[in-house]
Design a binder for this molecule. Sequence first.
Ligand code: FAD
Ligand code: SF4
Ligand code: SF4
Length: 475
Amino acid sequence: MADDLLKFVSINQQMPTKRTAGDRKADFDEIYDEFDTEGAKEQASRCSQCGVPFCHIHCPLGNNIPDWLRLTAEGRLEDAYEMASSTNNMPEICGRICPQDRLCEGNCVIEKDFDSVTIGSVEKYIADTAWENGWIKPITPAAERKESIGIIGAGPAGLAAAEELRKDGFQVHIYDRHDRAGGLLVYGIPGFKLEKDVVGRRTGRLEQSGITFHLDYEIGREATLSELREKHDALLIATGVYRARGLKAPGVGLGNIREALDYLTASNKVGFGDSVPEYESGALNAEGKNVVVIGGGDTAMDCVRTAVRQGAKSVKCLYRRDRANMPGSVREVQNAEEEGVEFEWLCGPEAFLGGENVEAVRAYRMRLGAPDATGRQAPEPVPDSTFNIDCDLAILALGFEPEDLPALFGSPELRVTRWGTVTVDHASMMTNLPGVFAAGDIVRGASLVVWAIRDGCDAAENIKSYLTAKQQDAA
Ligand code: FAD
Ligand code: SF4
Ligand code: SF4
């Protein structure tokens, strides 16, 4: 074993410096500073180079983590980037926003009583260094292929597929209904988790690689799915899931009760310097308001922390289970608490009170009862436990479902599941329509960026095989 490794005994886990809560509440910049070279080397050197690396097994991309940690510890950063980027199209993005505590780092088997290796931060450091040093270049395929592929959706699934297809010389066109590429990377996830120029340099590189982006182009409005099929040799549907799960409660139709994604998209657009009338009018701006966010996932965490940064008077998060059972990442809850968010665990909204606009949420306490069909303890209301919380802006963050794609695309023949996700053959990722593939959240349901990247890469492989077989048949 090289001298550069196995240092978990002598070197403690150290994340890059986290800005103070007071400092980070003042802007939408990321909350962690970058490792310096020595810090990254030291942290990488804590890896014990396991024979069976559970970190790698639990990374959805199967990243060769011990290998690029070793290269980092040895100071061979360009090689480390080569290795990291061979399995991940966006290492600096995953390094920032993967829930590492549930994936690679949560499964790092460094000896008991020692903290895991800071895998995500090292991955981010390697890739950011590669960008800074100009090691990341536009793609130049060895040969051009004439077949053209249309990708619907410029989120991580669509972008990953586009990159893999372009590497093989295919003519790639991405269609997105938004005015910027990136999907939820730009309009969902806030800048304090992922600064937008980090996404912009990835999409910019794809453009420089010869991929054509058709923005402000909604399939179903500008063209039907059938029209798009006629233009391309294969299609990939990577449209994500956007229909907000609703809530049934008296008063839910009052003014200033908003969906999480409307709120986050407006905030992200303001961050880009766009004019957003609903923000300017105050309807999607938390400044000076008592804000109540309902939900316990990562979207809810992003909303509460956005409200803090917009200068809300108070920010409360209502979640019907307890802290141990919330779906959001432990790290994000901790960040929110440090920034002044108050959590009401085991608490649900009974009604929204007010005149034209919401003025209060009548909430009730809950307790965890018997396990439900999924094995999780089902929350049940505690009798006579209601209380009111002042509220001028309520944000519903209860999860997302697919839109009605067959109707939206003008393609009733496209087969979907009873949940509205697109049905694919699991081996080929092809839908029931020949040459039309699907990947990402629109197949899995709301998931993670790293899974979208994985699916996009797998779909690209399947599209290549499909087109190659078609070409051979024609020959
Ligand atoms: P998306 O990213 O949703 O991209 C789909 C794209 O398709 C969009 O750009 C959309 O405009 C476009 N589109 C849709 N319909 C059409 C149409 N008809 N025509 C043209 N274009 C269309 N995951 C993490 O791993 N870490 C996190 O910290 C994290 N935070 C999140 C925070 C929020 C607020 C949300 C909502 C999600 C978060 N996620 C996070 C989940 C993650 O963002 C998604 O799993 C991932 O973006 C899915 O990728 P995708 O490419 O399938 O879809
Ligand atoms: Fe960990 Fe995500 Fe990187 Fe995989 S892609 S090593 S899960 S941070
Ligand atoms: Fe290194 Fe931890 Fe992975 Fe083992 S599980 S190879 S110690 S990062």
